[in-house]
Write a protein that binds this ligand. Structure first.
Ligand SMILES: Cc1cc2nc3c(=O)[nH]c(=O)nc-3n(C[C@H](O)[C@H](O)[C@H](O)COP(=O)(O)O)c2cc1C
Length: 420
């Protein structure tokens, strides 16, 4: 059964981001029922929340019709997790004091379910001793409290108190919903959720409204029912790029070869096995503003996949293995009528890396090639040293974690697309 979140929206300037959070949750098949405080109604409408949750939005404690259909206690019992986002200074104070003077606070007092509070407020409200006292009390009471982000405020001030980006809240919700011993571990691509997610300045480097298509991982090309041709790609660089693009607001489609990595928050994943399946999934995902082809697609496949397991025939001679070239996904996109505005390929090389990358850029009709030396243990490792080959020349970046390569690349992409 789908997991269920009861989302309480309180009255703050960041309430509009609750709408994006609902969209992300629904995209992950998490059912959302929303409750608004009276003040929240000054910032977002029950209509928008109702359309996105596809459910009635609850507001007043003494709405007899609601109480008859579903009691206020039942509302909290039906959820797997209660999320207060944004959580105003006022609602945090009421929660800490056990005040229950409206539907939202009554539910919070009546619940036996885990609660996540995501505060958002002016920097001075955040640092006020009363707020800090309330937060300490809530944490002591077992409420999960997310740290707000640091940055520019709606009130022209700067500091701590901004709502974390909705993908960061989604990651925290998924972590709390996850059962078992892994539940305490944050998503590996978001080790420090709030800080990593808000690291880029979203006002400068964002991809809101853009569709970013990423491929990642190896492909498996079957020889017979039990054997396949593969390579050592782990998918980590492509997954990190998909995560980074989602973090700065893009709609992301990630076409993933056979890897066991978790899907980054806010990313739509399509799992494939072979190069031909990957080519079809990429085609299906068009149009896209940016395509970043990170997958290590097998160049060749077995010409004929044997229906039965190949056997030794006693002659000492191995079974013949004829190979056929696979479709070239990057070159196909380079010629495509729906060619993405920015087409980026990855080139894994073991020698004369930059020369090969420059030649590949021209041959495939790509805008940029990200070239890396895979003669060490880059495939499967945590870090990557890359050369970015563009029409303007080649940049060599220092060896850095794959997540940092991803963030820097996404910032470059956002800059390149700005105004286009
Ligand atoms: C324009 C405007 C913006 C506000 N933004 C915030 C905010 O971001 N965070 C906050 O804690 N309170 C904010 N407030 C104050 C709350 O709306 C106020 O404390 C209200 O009583 C909160 O009610 P609730 O906690 O029941 O939703 C804002 C008020 C106004 C008028």
């Amino acid at each position: 059964m789908a997991q269920r979140v009861l989302l309480i929206v309180s009255g703050g300037i960041a309430a509009y981001k609750a709408l994006e959070l609902v969209r992300l949750l629904r995209g992950r098949d998490i059912a959302v029922r929303a409750v608004m405080t009276e003040a929240a109604g000054q910032f977002v409408t029950p209509l928008s929340l109702g359309v996105l949750t596809e459910d009635h939005v609850y507001g007043a404690l003494f709405d007899l019709k609601d109480e008859r259909e579903i009691g206020h206690i039942q509302l909290s019992r039906d959820a797997d997790l209660i999320v207060v986002a944004p959580a105003s200074a006022d609602i945090l104070a009421k929660m800490a004091a056990g005040i229950a003077d409206d539907l939202a606070t009554t539910l919070l007092l009546a619940t036996d379910k885990p609660v996540l509070a995501v505060p958002a407020m002016n920097v001075r409200m955040w640092h006020h001793k009363a707020t800090q006292r309330n937060l300490a009390q809530l944490r002591e009471d077992g409420i999960h409290v997310m740290e707000p982000a640091v940055g520019a405020m709606a009130c022209n001030e700067w500091g701590k108190g901004r709502l974390p980006e909705p993908v960061g809240i989604l990651a925290e919700i998924e972590r709390l919903l996850a059962e078992g011993p892994g539940a305490a571990e944050p998503h590996p691509l978001l080790t420090d959720t709030t800080r990593t997610i808000n690291a880029p300045d979203l006002s400068e480097h964002n991809l809101f409204g853009r569709h970013v298509l990423v491929t990642a991982g190896p492909t498996h090309e079957p020889i017979d029912p039990v054997r396949y041709i593969a390579n050592r790609s782990s998918g980590r660089q492509g997954f990190a790029i998909a995560a980074a693009a989602a973090r700065v607001g893009a709609r992301v489609t990630l076409v993933a070869g056979p890897v066991t990595l978790p899907t980054p928050p806010g990313v739509t994943r399509v799992d494939v096995e072979t190069a031909r399946e990957m080519a079809a999934a990429v085609e299906q995902a068009l149009p896209a503003d940016v395509a970043i082809m990170v997958a290590a697609v097998a160049d060749w496949r077995a010409t004929d996949e044997a229906a039965q397991k190949l056997k030794k025939d006693g002659s000492g001679k191995p079974a013949p293995l004829a190979l056929t070239e696979n479709p070239d996904i990057l070159a196909t996109l380079g010629q495509h009528p729906q060619r993405p505005t920015l087409l980026i390929g990855f080139a894994a090389e073991t020698e004369t890396i930059i020369d090969h990358a420059q030649a590949k850029r021209a041959r495939k009709g790509a805008d940029w090639i990200v070239a890396n030396d895979v003669s060490g243990n880059v495939m499967g490792g945590d870090s990557n040293a890359i050369h970015l080959v563009t029409a303007d020349g080649t940049e060599t970046w220092p060896d850095m974690p794959k997540t940092a390569v991803a963030m820097r690349l996404i910032e470059r992409i956002a800059d390149a697309l700005a105004g286009r």
